[in-house]
Structure formats: structure tokens, C-alpha cells
Design a protein around this ligand. Structure first.
Ligand code: G3I
Ligand code: 9MR
Length: 581
């Protein structure tokens, strides 16, 4: 009898070994890796990792001394065509004790990570402080900037009116002052359109998670005043945006820019002539939306300033009504004095979304129905995840989170739900359990904007799945992605070192300024920058290169960090609220 058992168990062992062989043969070139949020997890929150080319059915969670504290099964593996790999989900959400751990499945081990009660405050502060590091028209003093101190740069007091922007009262060649604001990205220019969504997103972060921001400081020159650091930072950019309006007619110049991108050098040495160029419908409406929203938010604290901003918002909106199709294109010219402009275009020729968004913000600031008449919500077939050129959903977010108690708010919530449901269905079937499935320039910010939409849907509708999908977005940019990078500089065990950022590349300091989210995987533009062959893998979800030349995957930008700030603050605050009782 014993012998029979022994033979049976031998057969069983052989079968298992055979099946393992078949399994590993199939994946013989694939590496088994465990990828997860490298910054860590909230103790009581969702905790998901992925394992690539899984070889074992079980996983265990261990303390750093090797003691197993939790075990579970990896889920059935799925193939992700965007990454060309099989992955399985490891879900250890049920374990909820603070501490440092690692995951193990077969011979695969993750790097150590932390479960904590306040996992994301340092990340949030660093992400928000990048705006200070990108300030124009100031010195960054060591007291605030530490090793990243730098001399005064870009006074922007003699910015020339380009021929494309000539008006009757301010002719070409005249100078105006457009100081302050943030450098857009790795370059030193300042673009109104991109400032629009960036500033709004930070304003919304403050409005929605004020309790959290009121407790946080990140050592900027204004940290000792009465205002929250985030609002002070926003106002630095508002001051610049104000200067971009021609107060004679209300129209807004598209950008403060040099003719060509400056080469890689320190900010203080980049002294190329700066211009303001044509006014445009998109710039004017972005400006109107942001000024109206800022006005509403400052009404109680500083009514006079709020009134001035509202006046500016109305003037810009009225300019857009009389110039409803002024599409911006980089000016082309033969004149040496007013050269062709080759910097970021941020061109857009659809303005329904900008009209809707600006109209909503003006309506919420004034309660005047006229602002809803130009572009009705019902005329949109579909609402989209926001980005710099597609902004109607910013209006939805404002309506859905407003104090209104009418059909508009209800309709905005319904539309948010439709968009959230689309994202959720992608999330449910995604092998990495993330919402992204298409990779364009700034793909990481696309994920963050998806998470921002989901957090807003959660805020108004309360569906916990929306929140969990939003958390997955944060997990994705912090490491649960097909590259294994934590895409925020200075965080995680593998993060970008060579960002396309003129200041970081010229400061002789090895580590980049921390807290920046890089653009992320993007297979579409790689031939333009470092050259296709430099990219080891062209699969969309893996097409990323940590080299300074890679502006199509490794640049940083104000409109990419803003949703990172929003989502980090949202996840941190909502976790604290959900589990405080
Ligand atoms: O929108 C289309 C989409 O419909 C289409 O399916 C897809 C297919 O390729 O392309 C999409 O357009 C891409 C767009 O980004 C997506 O937002 C364009 O190909 C791509 O060229 C475009 O890139 C923009 C890039 O400037 C080049 O103009 C980025 O959005 C924009 O964020 C980036 O912004 C630059 C500024 O110009 C200068 N400062 C730095 C900043 C960040 O890199
Ligand atoms: O540095 C520029 C970056 O901010 C832009 O996103 C990018 C695309 O417009 O262009 C970068 O500048 C490059 C220019 O387009 C071509 N010559 C090399 C520049 C970077 O070194």
C-alpha cells in the first residue's frame, strides 16, 4: 500500500514538474518581476502588485527579517499587448499592519516597501514644490531651494510685442512686462493655454482637499504667511497670467517665449529676446476660466483682488465671444526683428470645450445665466478625460463639486458617472489593473487625469470602485507599470535620473530636483529626439528612456505634475476620511 502511495506521489511530483517546465518554457525569455507602488501603501487601503511571467501560484508577504505575515494566490495571468507580457495580480489588501515588507512568489522577490498610516505626504509636498523650483523672475535662495539654489532668472520686464501680436495701441516692437509665473516644463517659456489646466487643477486640489493642504508646508518664501503654500504658489502664476491680458480689449496673448527653444543652460544665463505673440481664443478662454475660479476662491479672503480678477475674466471671455475662432499657430516670418516662432505651439482649433469650461467658471462666480448660453452641456456627445487641449470635463468637475442644488449639478454628476464607468471597465479587464491603454506624449499625466476624473466621480457618487481605480493610477505612476520605474524623481528605488529639464541638466548636481512626474512611455515621437534606435523596446507601455535627450518620454511639465498633486492629495485625504471612524 505504502509503495502505491509512494509511486502515486512520485507521478504527481513529476506531473507538477512537467507542467512547471511547460509553463516556464513558454515564458523562457520573460523575466519574472514583481512590480508595485514603490512609495508604499496605506495600511488599510487597497494593495495590489503585479508579477510578470508568473511561475508560481502562491505568494507570500514577508517582513524584512524574512518572517511570512500573509500568504495568498496570484490571480490568473493575462497578456497585455501594449507591454507584450503576461502578468498576474497579487492582491494583499487584506493585510493591514504598518511596517516594511517585501513580496515573494517562487524565486521572484520584490524590493522592500512600506505600509503606513500617512504614505503620501512627502510625495505630495515634493510634487507641489516643483512649482517653486520652476518659478521664473526670482532667485531660488538656498534657504528654500537647498542644493538646487539658483540665481535670479528671467526678469521678463522687456518682452517685445511680436509683429503677430501688434495692436493699435501696442504696436509691434513695443515692450511690455510679463514677469513671474512658472516655466512650462523643461523649457523656459510660459504658455497661457497650458497654464490654464495646470492652475485650475491645483486650484481644484486646494478646494477639494483644503483640510489636508492647510496642514502642509514645503518651505517656500511665503510659508510663514497666513495662506496655504499651495494657494501662494498658484498666485505666483496668476500674477504672470494677469500680465498676458491686453487690458485695452481683454484679449490674451498666447505665450511669453523666445523664438527658438534656448539650448541647455542655467535659467539665469538664458537671455534670449522674449516675445508675446498673437492673442487667441483658447488662451483667452483658459485665462477667463482660471481668473473666474481664482476670483471665486479668493472672494472671502480678498474681495478687492477677487473683483479685479473677475473683471479680467469677463473681459477675456467677451474678447473670445467676438473672436470665437482665433486659432493660434506659431507665426512664420522673414523679418529678423520679429522672427518665426518655433517653441511649443499648444495649438487647438476646437473651442466648444473652452467656451463651456470658461462659461461654467464665470457662471459659478457670478450666477449669471448668460454664461451658460454660448455652449450647453447637452451639446457634447461625450466628455473626455481632460488634457491641455480638451477641457470640457474641467467644467463638469466644477459643476459637480459646486454648492449648486439644481439640474446642472445633477447632469454634471451623471456625465461624470458615464466617463468614470468607461474608465472602470478598462480598469476591470486590464492585466495591470490600470485605466490606461493608449500611450501618447505625457501618458503618465493621462493616467493622473483619469484618476482625477475617478476621484471626482467618487466624491459625488460614492462608488468605492471609482476610488480604487484612482488609487491604481497612483500605483501605476509610482511603479506598477510595464517599465518598473517609479516615474516621480527622487522617489522609489528606480526613478528617472536624466530628465529633460534645462535646470536639472545644468546644475552639476547628479540627482534631479525631486517630485517631478516625467511624461512617460510614448512610442509615437521617439524618432524626433534621441533617435529610434536608442529606445531598447518599442512596445507602447515600455517605450521609455531615462535620457536627457528624450523629451518625448522624459520631460517634466506643469500640466503633468498638477494632476499628480491632485491625485496624491485626493488619495491621502480620502483614505484618512474613510478610515477615521
Ligand atoms: O491628440 C492626438 C491624438 O488624437 C492622436 O491619436 C495621437 C496620435 O499620435 O496624437 C495626439 O496628439 C499628440 C498630442 O501631443 C497628444 O496630446 C501629438 O501627436 C503630439 O505631438 C503632441 O505633443 C505635444 C508636444 O508638446 C509637441 O507639440 C504634447 O501634447 C505637449 O504636452 C508638449 O508640450 C511641450 C510644449 O510644446 C513645450 N514645453 C514642453 C511641453 C512638454 O513636452
Ligand atoms: O526642450 C524642448 C522641449 O521642451 C519640447 O517639449 C520639445 C518639443 O517641442 O522640444 C525641445 O527642444 C528641442 C527642439 O524641439 C529641437 N532641438 C532640440 C531641442 C532639445 O534639446
Amino acid at each position: 500500500m505504502k509503495n502505491i502511495y509512494r509511486s502515486l506521489s512520485l507521478v504527481a511530483i513529476m506531473l507538477v514538474m512537467l507542467s512547471r517546465c511547460a509553463f516556464s518554457d513558454k515564458y523562457k525569455n520573460a523575466e519574472t518581476n514583481i512590480r508595485l507602488n514603490q512609495v508604499g501603501f496605506y495600511t488599510k487601503g487597497q494593495k495590489i502588485a503585479v508579477i510578470t511571467a508568473p511561475k508560481d501560484k502562491a505568494f507570500s508577504l514577508k517582513t524584512l527579517s524574512g518572517e511570512t505575515v500573509y500568504t495568498g494566490s496570484v490571480l490568473k495571468s493575462k497578456f497585455w499587448d501594449q507591454a507584450g507580457e503576461h502578468v498576474s495580480i497579487i492582491d494583499f489588501s487584506a493585510f493591514s499592519e504598518s511596517g516594511d515588507y517585501y513580496l515573494q512568489s517562487g524565486s521572484a522577490q520584490s524590493e522592500p516597501f512600506r505600509l503606513s498610516e500617512v504614505p503620501y505626504n512627502d510625495l505630495l509636498k515634493a510634487a507641489a514644490k516643483t512649482y517653486y523650483f520652476n518659478r521664473a523672475t526670482t532667485e531660488l535662495h538656498e534657504k528654500y531651494a537647498g542644493i538646487y539654489k539658483r540665481p535670479f532668472s528671467h526678469p521678463d520686464t522687456a518682452v517685445m510685442i511680436h509683429a503677430s501680436a501688434a495692436g493699435d495701441f501696442l504696436p509691434a516692437g513695443e515692450s511690455i512686462a510679463t514677469p513671474f509665473g512658472w516655466y512650462d516644463a523643461g523649457d523656459f517659456n510660459k504658455y497661457v493655454v497650458n497654464s490654464g489646466i495646470s492652475t485650475y487643477t491645483l486650484l481644484a486640489a486646494y478646494e477639494h482637499y483644503q483640510n489636508l493642504f492647510d496642514t502642509l508646508q514645503w518651505n517656500i518664501p511665503e510659508s510663514n504667511n497666513q495662506r496655504a503654500d499651495l494657494m501662494d504658489e498658484i498666485l505666483w502664476n496668476i500674477r504672470w497670467m494677469e500680465t498676458m491680458q491686453d487690458t485695452l480689449d481683454g484679449g490674451v496673448y498666447h505665450k511669453t517665449t523666445t523664438a527658438n527653444f534656448e539650448s541647455f543652460m542655467e535659467a539665469s544665463k538664458a537671455n534670449g529676446q522674449r516675445f508675446v505673440v498673437n492673442k487667441g481664443t483658447a488662451a483667452s478662454l483658459n485665462f477667463a476660466a482660471v481668473m473666474a475660479k481664482t476670483s471665486a476662491m479668493l472672494q472671502a479672503e480678498d474681495p478687492l483682488y477677487a473683483q479685479k480678477l473677475l473683471y479680467r475674466a469677463k473681459a477675456a471671455y467677451n474678447w473670445a465671444l467676438t473672436h470665437p475662432n482665433a486659432e493660434f499657430k506659431n507665426p512664420v516670418s522673414n523679418s529678423p526683428k520679429y522672427p518665426s516662432i518655433h517653441t511649443g505651439e499648444y495649438g487647438d482649433n476646437h473651442f466648444q470645450d473652452e467656451f463651456f469650461w470658461a462659461g461654467v467658471e464665470l457662471y459659478l462666480a457670478t450666477m449669471d445665466n448668460q454664461y451658460l448660453s454660448k455652449q450647453a452641456m447637452s451639446e457634447f456627445n461625450q466628455f473626455n478625460v481632460p488634457n491641455w487641449s480638451t477641457v470640457e470635463t474641467l467644467g463638469l468637475i466644477s459643476l459637480a463639486s459646486s454648492e449648486l442644488n439644481n439640474h446642472l449639478k445633477k447632469k454634471a454628476s451623471d456625465e461624470l458617472m458615464i466617463l468614470a464607468e468607461l474608465l472602470i471597465s478598462e480598469w476591470r479587464q486590464s492585466p495591470y489593473r490600470v485605466t490606461i491603454n493608449k500611450f501618447v506624449w505625457g501618458s503618465n499625466a493621462e493616467v493622473m487625469n483619469q484618476s482625477m476624473v475617478l476621484l471626482n466621480a467618487y466624491r459625488v457618487l460614492g462608488n468605492v470602485e471609482y476610488f480604487e481605480a484612482a488609487v491604481s493610477g497612483l500605483d501605476y505612476v509610482l511603479g506598477r507599470n510595464a517599465t518598473g520605474y517609479c516615474f516621480v524623481t527622487g522617489f522609489g528605488y528606480l526613478s528617472p535620473k536624466n530628465i529633460h529639464h534645462r535646470q536639472s541638466a545644468s546644475d552639476d548636481i547628479e540627482a534631479p530636483i525631486p517630485g517631478f512626474l516625467v511624461g512617460g512611455p510614448n512610442p509615437r515621437n521617439i524618432h524626433q529626439d534621441c533617435g529610434r534606435d536608442e529606445y531598447a523596446i518599442h512596445l507602447p507601455a515600455k517605450c521609455y528612456l531615462d535620457e536627457t535627450c528624450s523629451y518625448s518620454t522624459n520631460e517634466v511639465a506643469i500640466n503633468w505634475n498638477a494632476p499628480l498633486v491632485y491625485v496624491t492629495a485626493g488619495v491621502e485625504s480620502i483614505y484618512q476620511q474613510r478610515f477615521s471612524n
